[in-house]
Design a protein around this ligand. Structure first.
Ligand SMILES: [Ca+2]
Ligand SMILES: [Ca+2]
Length: 280
Protein backbone atom coordinates (compact mmCIF):
# COMPACT_ATOMS: atom_id res chain seq x y z
CA UNK A 1 0.00 0.00 0.00
CA UNK A 2 2.80 2.36 0.94
CA UNK A 3 4.54 1.57 -2.31
CA UNK A 4 1.39 2.18 -4.34
CA UNK A 5 0.88 5.48 -2.54
CA UNK A 6 4.46 6.50 -3.27
CA UNK A 7 4.02 5.57 -6.92
CA UNK A 8 0.82 7.60 -7.12
CA UNK A 9 2.59 10.57 -5.56
CA UNK A 10 5.40 10.16 -8.08
CA UNK A 11 2.95 10.01 -11.01
CA UNK A 12 1.01 13.02 -9.74
CA UNK A 13 4.20 14.99 -9.19
CA UNK A 14 5.29 14.22 -12.72
CA UNK A 15 2.01 15.09 -14.39
CA UNK A 16 1.06 18.12 -12.32
CA UNK A 17 4.30 20.05 -12.28
CA UNK A 18 7.99 19.78 -13.02
CA UNK A 19 10.03 19.50 -9.85
CA UNK A 20 12.77 22.05 -9.38
CA UNK A 21 16.27 20.61 -8.96
CA UNK A 22 17.83 22.76 -6.26
CA UNK A 23 21.46 23.67 -5.61
CA UNK A 24 22.94 21.57 -2.83
CA UNK A 25 21.52 18.16 -3.77
CA UNK A 26 24.11 15.40 -3.92
CA UNK A 27 24.70 11.67 -4.14
CA UNK A 28 27.41 10.54 -1.70
CA UNK A 29 26.71 6.78 -1.92
CA UNK A 30 26.89 6.45 1.86
CA UNK A 31 23.61 4.51 1.86
CA UNK A 32 25.33 1.53 0.21
CA UNK A 33 23.33 1.78 -3.03
CA UNK A 34 24.09 3.24 -6.46
CA UNK A 35 21.46 5.92 -5.73
CA UNK A 36 19.76 5.24 -9.03
CA UNK A 37 22.85 5.34 -11.27
CA UNK A 38 22.73 2.42 -13.72
CA UNK A 39 23.71 1.09 -17.13
CA UNK A 40 20.34 -0.27 -18.18
CA UNK A 41 18.86 -3.75 -17.96
CA UNK A 42 21.21 -5.97 -19.92
CA UNK A 43 24.60 -4.58 -18.94
CA UNK A 44 27.09 -7.22 -17.73
CA UNK A 45 28.98 -4.56 -15.72
CA UNK A 46 26.48 -2.21 -14.07
CA UNK A 47 27.79 0.41 -11.64
CA UNK A 48 28.33 -0.80 -8.09
CA UNK A 49 28.71 0.76 -4.66
CA UNK A 50 32.20 0.35 -3.19
CA UNK A 51 32.07 0.79 0.59
CA UNK A 52 35.59 2.10 1.22
CA UNK A 53 38.19 4.32 -0.39
CA UNK A 54 36.27 7.32 -1.67
CA UNK A 55 37.89 10.77 -1.58
CA UNK A 56 37.34 10.79 2.21
CA UNK A 57 39.25 7.51 2.66
CA UNK A 58 38.10 4.70 4.95
CA UNK A 59 34.33 4.46 5.19
CA UNK A 60 33.72 6.79 2.25
CA UNK A 61 31.62 4.83 -0.23
CA UNK A 62 31.68 5.65 -3.93
CA UNK A 63 30.30 4.52 -7.29
CA UNK A 64 32.41 2.32 -9.56
CA UNK A 65 31.58 2.11 -13.25
CA UNK A 66 33.40 -0.29 -15.56
CA UNK A 67 33.13 -0.32 -19.33
CA UNK A 68 34.46 -3.30 -21.27
CA UNK A 69 35.53 -1.62 -24.50
CA UNK A 70 34.28 -4.60 -26.50
CA UNK A 71 30.89 -4.68 -28.22
CA UNK A 72 27.26 -4.51 -27.05
CA UNK A 73 25.89 -3.77 -23.59
CA UNK A 74 28.52 -2.63 -21.08
CA UNK A 75 31.06 -1.65 -23.76
CA UNK A 76 30.56 2.12 -23.40
CA UNK A 77 31.54 4.38 -20.50
CA UNK A 78 28.20 5.85 -19.46
CA UNK A 79 26.04 5.90 -16.34
CA UNK A 80 22.55 7.28 -16.25
CA UNK A 81 19.95 8.12 -13.68
CA UNK A 82 16.19 8.29 -14.12
CA UNK A 83 15.30 8.48 -10.43
CA UNK A 84 12.94 11.27 -9.40
CA UNK A 85 15.81 12.99 -7.55
CA UNK A 86 17.38 13.90 -10.88
CA UNK A 87 14.21 14.49 -12.90
CA UNK A 88 12.89 18.00 -13.26
CA UNK A 89 13.83 21.57 -13.90
CA UNK A 90 17.58 22.36 -13.85
CA UNK A 91 17.19 26.04 -14.69
CA UNK A 92 18.27 27.29 -11.25
CA UNK A 93 21.58 25.40 -11.44
CA UNK A 94 24.96 26.59 -12.62
CA UNK A 95 27.05 23.43 -12.30
CA UNK A 96 27.06 19.76 -11.53
CA UNK A 97 30.23 18.82 -9.69
CA UNK A 98 31.71 15.50 -8.64
CA UNK A 99 34.80 13.76 -7.37
CA UNK A 100 36.28 11.36 -9.89
CA UNK A 101 39.18 8.93 -10.15
CA UNK A 102 40.30 7.06 -13.25
CA UNK A 103 42.18 3.83 -12.54
CA UNK A 104 42.51 2.84 -16.19
CA UNK A 105 45.07 3.57 -18.91
CA UNK A 106 42.83 5.83 -20.99
CA UNK A 107 42.15 9.50 -20.36
CA UNK A 108 38.41 9.95 -19.90
CA UNK A 109 36.65 12.95 -21.45
CA UNK A 110 33.67 13.34 -19.15
CA UNK A 111 30.48 15.08 -20.25
CA UNK A 112 26.96 15.43 -18.98
CA UNK A 113 24.05 14.46 -21.18
CA UNK A 114 20.34 14.94 -20.64
CA UNK A 115 17.13 13.75 -22.22
CA UNK A 116 13.98 15.75 -21.71
CA UNK A 117 11.43 18.18 -23.08
CA UNK A 118 8.16 17.28 -24.81
CA UNK A 119 10.05 15.54 -27.63
CA UNK A 120 12.56 13.56 -25.53
CA UNK A 121 15.37 15.61 -27.00
CA UNK A 122 18.91 14.59 -26.07
CA UNK A 123 21.72 17.05 -25.37
CA UNK A 124 25.38 16.74 -24.38
CA UNK A 125 28.01 19.02 -22.86
CA UNK A 126 29.78 20.69 -25.75
CA UNK A 127 33.07 20.62 -23.82
CA UNK A 128 34.39 17.86 -21.59
CA UNK A 129 36.51 17.74 -18.46
CA UNK A 130 39.46 15.36 -18.65
CA UNK A 131 39.87 12.80 -15.88
CA UNK A 132 43.43 11.64 -16.62
CA UNK A 133 44.48 8.01 -16.88
CA UNK A 134 45.75 6.54 -13.59
CA UNK A 135 44.65 9.59 -11.65
CA UNK A 136 43.71 9.83 -7.99
CA UNK A 137 40.56 11.46 -6.66
CA UNK A 138 40.07 15.05 -7.82
CA UNK A 139 37.21 17.53 -8.00
CA UNK A 140 35.58 18.31 -11.33
CA UNK A 141 32.61 20.38 -12.42
CA UNK A 142 30.60 20.80 -15.59
CA UNK A 143 28.47 23.83 -16.34
CA UNK A 144 24.76 23.16 -16.86
CA UNK A 145 23.73 26.49 -18.34
CA UNK A 146 22.03 26.21 -21.75
CA UNK A 147 24.92 27.75 -23.72
CA UNK A 148 27.14 24.82 -22.68
CA UNK A 149 25.19 22.13 -24.55
CA UNK A 150 24.93 20.64 -28.03
CA UNK A 151 21.70 19.04 -29.24
CA UNK A 152 22.24 15.39 -30.18
CA UNK A 153 18.72 14.57 -31.36
CA UNK A 154 15.15 15.85 -31.07
CA UNK A 155 13.09 18.96 -31.68
CA UNK A 156 13.26 20.75 -28.33
CA UNK A 157 15.66 23.55 -27.51
CA UNK A 158 18.41 23.07 -24.93
CA UNK A 159 16.50 25.39 -22.59
CA UNK A 160 13.35 23.28 -22.94
CA UNK A 161 15.29 20.11 -22.15
CA UNK A 162 16.95 21.62 -19.07
CA UNK A 163 13.57 22.81 -17.79
CA UNK A 164 12.10 19.29 -18.02
CA UNK A 165 14.81 16.63 -17.66
CA UNK A 166 13.79 12.98 -17.44
CA UNK A 167 17.26 11.43 -17.59
CA UNK A 168 20.78 12.58 -16.68
CA UNK A 169 23.92 10.83 -17.93
CA UNK A 170 27.59 11.09 -17.05
CA UNK A 171 29.66 9.70 -19.91
CA UNK A 172 33.02 9.60 -21.61
CA UNK A 173 33.34 10.72 -25.21
CA UNK A 174 35.82 12.92 -27.05
CA UNK A 175 32.93 14.56 -28.92
CA UNK A 176 29.42 15.51 -27.71
CA UNK A 177 27.45 12.29 -27.27
CA UNK A 178 24.36 10.83 -25.63
CA UNK A 179 25.56 7.20 -25.61
CA UNK A 180 29.20 7.49 -24.57
CA UNK A 181 32.25 6.03 -26.26
CA UNK A 182 33.47 2.43 -26.34
CA UNK A 183 36.48 2.16 -24.05
CA UNK A 184 37.97 -0.33 -21.60
CA UNK A 185 38.03 1.77 -18.45
CA UNK A 186 37.11 2.07 -14.79
CA UNK A 187 35.70 5.34 -13.49
CA UNK A 188 35.06 6.10 -9.83
CA UNK A 189 32.56 8.81 -8.90
CA UNK A 190 31.47 10.35 -5.60
CA UNK A 191 29.68 13.43 -4.29
CA UNK A 192 27.79 14.09 -7.50
CA UNK A 193 26.29 17.42 -6.56
CA UNK A 194 24.28 20.34 -7.86
CA UNK A 195 25.32 23.92 -7.37
CA UNK A 196 23.79 27.21 -8.33
CA UNK A 197 23.79 30.83 -7.50
CA UNK A 198 20.89 32.45 -5.78
CA UNK A 199 21.09 36.09 -6.72
CA UNK A 200 21.89 38.68 -4.06
CA UNK A 201 18.49 40.27 -4.47
CA UNK A 202 16.70 36.93 -4.05
CA UNK A 203 18.78 36.11 -1.02
CA UNK A 204 18.05 39.48 0.57
CA UNK A 205 14.33 39.10 -0.12
CA UNK A 206 14.04 35.51 1.03
CA UNK A 207 16.09 35.85 4.22
CA UNK A 208 15.24 39.33 5.54
CA UNK A 209 13.27 39.35 8.78
CA UNK A 210 12.12 42.10 11.12
CA UNK A 211 10.92 40.68 14.43
CA UNK A 212 9.02 40.73 16.70
CA UNK A 213 5.89 41.84 14.92
CA UNK A 214 4.16 43.62 16.57
CA UNK A 215 7.19 45.38 18.04
CA UNK A 216 7.15 47.05 21.43
CA UNK A 217 10.47 48.80 22.05
CA UNK A 218 12.84 47.30 19.52
CA UNK A 219 12.92 45.57 16.17
CA UNK A 220 15.53 42.91 15.37
CA UNK A 221 16.63 42.91 11.70
CA UNK A 222 18.36 39.86 10.24
CA UNK A 223 19.34 38.68 6.75
CA UNK A 224 21.88 36.29 5.28
CA UNK A 225 23.51 39.12 3.36
CA UNK A 226 25.10 42.30 4.69
CA UNK A 227 22.54 45.06 5.02
CA UNK A 228 23.61 48.68 4.72
CA UNK A 229 20.84 50.95 5.91
CA UNK A 230 17.20 51.15 6.89
CA UNK A 231 14.40 53.64 6.60
CA UNK A 232 11.06 53.42 8.40
CA UNK A 233 8.02 55.04 6.78
CA UNK A 234 4.55 55.52 8.15
CA UNK A 235 1.63 54.47 5.97
CA UNK A 236 1.37 58.02 4.60
CA UNK A 237 4.86 57.56 3.16
CA UNK A 238 6.60 59.94 5.56
CA UNK A 239 10.06 59.00 6.74
CA UNK A 240 10.00 58.58 10.52
CA UNK A 241 13.36 56.95 11.25
CA UNK A 242 16.53 55.88 9.50
CA UNK A 243 19.94 54.47 10.26
CA UNK A 244 23.00 52.48 9.24
CA UNK A 245 23.15 48.69 9.65
CA UNK A 246 26.54 47.37 8.41
CA UNK A 247 26.08 43.64 8.89
CA UNK A 248 23.68 40.74 8.85
CA UNK A 249 21.85 41.84 11.99
CA UNK A 250 20.84 44.98 13.81
CA UNK A 251 18.58 45.81 16.70
CA UNK A 252 16.86 49.16 16.27
CA UNK A 253 15.01 51.20 18.87
CA UNK A 254 11.40 51.86 17.87
CA UNK A 255 10.18 52.94 21.30
CA UNK A 256 9.69 56.52 20.14
CA UNK A 257 7.28 55.57 17.34
CA UNK A 258 3.56 56.04 17.90
CA UNK A 259 1.43 52.88 17.88
CA UNK A 260 0.42 51.88 14.38
CA UNK A 261 1.58 50.29 11.15
CA UNK A 262 4.88 51.09 9.48
CA UNK A 263 7.00 49.98 6.56
CA UNK A 264 10.69 49.27 7.02
CA UNK A 265 12.91 49.40 3.95
CA UNK A 266 16.33 47.76 4.01
CA UNK A 267 18.97 48.70 1.47
CA UNK A 268 21.95 46.55 0.51
CA UNK A 269 24.09 46.37 -2.58
CA UNK A 270 21.82 48.61 -4.70
CA UNK A 271 18.85 46.43 -3.77
CA UNK A 272 16.11 46.99 -1.28
CA UNK A 273 13.42 45.03 0.48
CA UNK A 274 10.45 46.27 2.44
CA UNK A 275 8.40 44.73 5.22
CA UNK A 276 5.33 45.97 7.06
CA UNK A 277 5.35 45.85 10.84
CA UNK A 278 3.14 46.99 13.69
CA UNK A 279 4.30 49.13 16.63
CA UNK A 280 2.32 48.49 19.81
CA1 LIG B 1 30.92 8.92 -0.59
CA1 LIG C 1 29.31 -0.52 -16.96
Amino acid sequence: MKRITLMLIAVLAYTVSTAQIFPGFFNDFQDGTTQGWSNGGSSPNPPTNVADGGPGGAGDAYLEEISSGTVGPGSRMVVFNTSSDWQGDYSSLIEIAFNARNTSDEDLFIRLAFEGGSDDTSISSTNSVTVPAQSDWAFYSLNVEPAEFTIIGGANSVTEVLADVNEIRILHSDTPSFIGAIVAATLHLDNISTSGLIGFEDKLKTTFQAVPNPAVNSLQLTAQVDMESYVIYNLLGAKVAQGIIEGTQKQIDVSALQSGAYIIEISAGNQSVTQKFLKQ
